[in-house]
Design a protein around this ligand. Sequence first.
Ligand SMILES: Cc1cc2nc3c(=O)[nH]c(=O)nc-3n(C[C@H](O)[C@H](O)[C@H](O)COP(=O)(O)OP(=O)(O)OC[C@H]3O[C@@H](n4cnc5c(N)ncnc54)[C@H](O)[C@@H]3O)c2cc1C
Length: 554
Amino acid sequence: MNEAFSTHEVFNQSPPFAGVNLFTADCALMEAVAREGGGHAARRLTDFGARMGSAEAFELGRLANENPPRLRAFDSAGRRLDLIEYHPAYHQLMEISTREGLHCSAWDHLGKPGAKPLAGANVARSAGCYLAIQAEAGHQCPITMTNASVPTLSLEPELAHWIPKILAREYDKSFKGAAHKRSVTIGMGMTEKQGGTDVRANTTRAVATGKGGPGGEYLITGHKWFMSAPMSDAFLVLANAGQGLSCFLMPRILPDDRVNQLRFQRLKDKLGNRSNASSEVEFQGAHAWLVGEEGRGIANILEMVTRTRLDCAVASAGLMRLALANAIHHCRHRSVFQRHLIDQPLMTQVLADLALSVEAATALSFRLARSFDRAADRRAAAWRRLMTPVTKYWVCKIGPALVYEAMECLGGNGYVEEGLAARLYRELPVNAIWEGSGNVMVLDLLRCLQREPETVEIVMEEFATAAGDDGHLKAQLERVEGLLHAPRLLDRRGRDLAEALAMLAAGSILRAHAPTAVADAFIGARLAGPMRQTFGQGLDGADARAIVERAFAG
Ligand SMILES: Cc1cc2nc3c(=O)[nH]c(=O)nc-3n(C[C@H](O)[C@H](O)[C@H](O)COP(=O)(O)OP(=O)(O)OC[C@H]3O[C@@H](n4cnc5c(N)ncnc54)[C@H](O)[C@@H]3O)c2cc1C
């Protein structure tokens, strides 16, 4: 880099944030991965963390976002093409994540007859996603959906031939039938113009070509208002068949190599998530195969949805983590009034406060990932059911405000597009909106309270044990119990409950596992501190410096 100008020299600017091992520089992540059962992947994650934190990976992220995908609906003669063109950087990112198995590693056992799931596989995979998302977030959309599609697809033996193609790790972007490809990706189409949350309002129709039923072929007519990663090889879509809303697998190319009747209308012009295409699409008698029974569409696609919610939380935690590390990096190099910013007491408070939220978000996300690894364990299953909506709600919701504060630590440099912060800031809200937005997560939590009181009891028992003799955790437990004991008010206090549960869970995990400086400060500021609306408050008794040092060992 040539720093010489004829008029001035460039100094007191931080060096580029690159060449960082995103795994080993992140103590909270390494500890969470080991604690929650993913320790076997540490060496691999160390290599992957170096790769994702390299200047080359950040450059791929920049290129993929500055050159968003384009729809080529027609050729020059007016024939339909329905192709999406991506920048080569997007394909390279897909190749890296696919080779790492981020779309499939939790399901590796399915490729080995008689094998059991590898212990900690979901935690290890989530850690890989947490690292990859920091280099570039948009390409993780098809990676997430492909991983999440497996349990839904597995419901239908007639579609089992798709699974080996999902488990393959050689990215294949070619526009060919699945039988001719080395690997495939899977998307999801639920949202229509008249309803995204309320998919029962779907008007898209499915008519059997033969006798219908599980695994049978149908023709689908209608539309989807949002369908991301439209170059996926197939989509799990919802449509109304005779017995009601049903789940179908709709390939882009049919088994006889004809192109299926999916007509892309346009791509969304999105706030962020630019590298990823999100389409509006019409199905003009598109062929699709029924997954499970007719009328069981919501139940059958639910497992896919639940897994994408885990990934939303992991993604938001990863993006917040990058914003924090970038802010600390800058403040370590930038001097103001003869002192590095990191040594200015007000800035140390802000950075420490941000670090507490990021550590809590990471702890919650990886505890949730563990619950996906231990499906057979009754406690883990209860945690997964109750804490999926709570974790997705809290982790995704705090992201935009946190990233804005981290951006401000960089001063004006934070606000320009060449840096990382602006892209992160535009990216984050999507994780809260899609796959169940805030209120929808709260409604899901309330549904669990109503229908599965024993699930709540199991998790509350765990919190009671974890609180031990910590006065603040015990007070928070009482607050949650108070909310639970006023069920008639819960439709108005649902967000209070979701947030209170998130704070209780995060405080309990940090108290048990984080250094005392982190646990004391988190519990003091979030569960017991004064009312606050912004970061950098309530930490006057805390060892803010130690918290910041731990947050980024870069
Ligand atoms: C970038 C992007 C990509 C997407 N990709 C896909 C995709 O690939 N496939 C797909 O199927 N969808 C996709 N979506 C759609 C997304 O999942 C929906 O936008 C989301 O589920 C919300 O649905 P909606 O937009 O219809 O809003 P609505 O359902 O109308 O909700 C609007 C608001 O009302 C709230 N709300 C809803 N019900 C209640 C209630 N009972 N009480 C209180 N509040 C309520 C919601 O929380 C939300 O805040 C994508 C969206 C985005 C932004």
